[in-house]
Design a protein around this ligand. Sequence first.
Ligand code: PGA
Length: 269
Amino acid sequence: MSNDVPAGEKRPVFAGNWKLFGTLAESVALATDVQAGVAGVDGADVIVAPSFLALATVTARLGAGGPANRVAVAAQDCYWEAKGAFTGEIAPAQLVDAGCRYVIIGHSERRQLMGETDADVNRKTRAALGAGLKPIICIGETLAERDGGTTLAVVERQLDAALRDISDADLGRSLVAYEPVWAIGTGRTATPAQAQEVHHTIRTRVAATRSAAVAAALPILYGGSVKPDNIRALMAEVDVDGALVGGASLSADSFVRIVKEGTEVWLRS
Ligand code: PGA
């Protein structure tokens, strides 16, 4: 399995967001178990996102597996400045230096718990792209917004803000993850139809503001209580290109099942 996708070829993407879990030893063990588990899977991009502290060690260990079946590594966040007096922050180039190829940006936990704004998400996205990272840009509505009937407007606002001043070429290196806040870590997943409605809205918005080709090529992942037993139905939806998985990515068995079953559905449809 290679993460070097030839231009024009779209593949499903499965990313495990490990959040604030795992010692160094546990992270290396989980990453190598995932790598071994997906070694036979052809045609999908697999990403793991350990904590900052484990990134360099995990990328070094996965790299030793050889490029043919390498699982790529994402950071869970980055800062928008390249260097300077910003205590505690991590620059995109430092993530590249640690072997990362992706970075998750604007996760709802960062928006809600750390006060990240749409403007911050845009600054981080531009900085990540500038350093050569592929951003996984997270957007999604809260329960109050869904109940209030503003889901599609909220998602379009977040999308437009995140993509401001980003070229079509850079958008071609980006991924979007739709993660309804009410479905994250709650065991309550969006129905496939709910996911499809929002994914379709995202793609339609990109087609309207960019081009049909850019929109068609954009990987749109679903996130929020993805499990082995719901991945098939989600991946059967035409605009669902993969998954961003939290809790179920902390077990190699369940994450590998998600990758395998999701890829199988993708290849069939
Ligand atoms: P969950 O998390 O799969 O545990 O709901 C998803 C995410 O936060 O990316």
